[in-house]
Design a protein around this ligand. Structure first.
Ligand code: SAH
Length: 221
């Protein structure tokens, strides 16, 4: 990929990205490593060219298949919430989508295991992350409701689609001390939740109202 495509010009330039970072700081995102990732990851490469000029607005945008690229503030918030509480060796992400959240968090953990039910999105995310030379991500086309048992336990689990309730398999695959971040609830009244697994119980906290696409059952080839 050419350097100029990566660096961006005009509405995708470093200056435009810096404005986004400032906005997130104003909204109390304070983890420097997370802010640096938002600054570095070229979000315009994760959306259609027609939408590239809007890539550094703090909004969700369509990516096809009825899915969206998450709002940068939410990506930053979830990443920050996940990293609080200790280092993450293995991260399970349910809902790869275009791979933007994956790209933001990948260098902040040792290995990412990411699962997506729409096969075309798996291929697209894999190509984009390869272009960005992000190499610690393992992709899987599967129903994320079952997690990825062969790679468990995970110190971190991140859902980027909302279940009505967190699938029990995911709690089982969470390491003791691990955190699971997920939007939970029916459309229109979801809460971003953080669950921390302790020896004999799960501690839960609400991080505020959010709006995500639903976690769906089954696969789409
Ligand atoms: N993380 C993305 C946003 C993903 S949108 C970003 O950074 O922009 C949510 C994604 O979850 C969609 O791609 C959707 O297809 C996927 N999804 C929904 N239900 C799923 C399931 N059961 N298993 C795996 N992926 C699922």
């Amino acid at each position: 990929m050419s350097e100029s495509r990566l660096a961006g010009i005009g509405m995708t330039s470093a200056r435009t990205r810096e404005r986004l970072v400032q906005r997130l700081q104003e909204q109390k995102i304070s983890n420097i490593r997370v802010l640096d990732r938002i600054r570095q990851v070229p979000r315009h490469l994760f959306v259609d060219e027609a939408l590239a000029s809007r890539a550094y607005e703090d909004t969700a945008l369509p990516i096809g298949f009825g899915q969206t690229i998450s709002q940068p503030f939410i990506v930053a918030r979830m990443t920050e919430a996940l990293l609080q509480g200790g280092p993450i060796e293995r991260l399970l992400e349910v809902g790869t989508g275009c791979g933007y959240q994956t790209a933001v968090i990948a260098p902040l953990v040792t290995q990412v295991y990411t699962v997506e039910r729409i096969v075309a999105l798996v291929g697209r995310a894999r190509r984009t992350l390869r272009e960005l030379k992000i190499r610690n991500v393992n992709f899987r086309h599967d129903d994320g409701n079952v997690g990825w048992a062969a790679r468990a336990p995970f110190e971190g689990i991140l859902l980027t689609a909302a279940p009505q309730e967190v699938p029990p398999a995911l709690f089982e695959q969470l390491a003791v001390g691990g955190r699971l971040i997920a939007p939970v609830g029916a459309e229109g009244r979801q809460q971003l939740m953080r669950y921390t697994k302790r020896e004999h119980r799960i501690v839960q906290e609400s991080l505020g109202a959010v709006s995500f696409v639903p976690l769906l059952p089954g696969l789409l080839s």
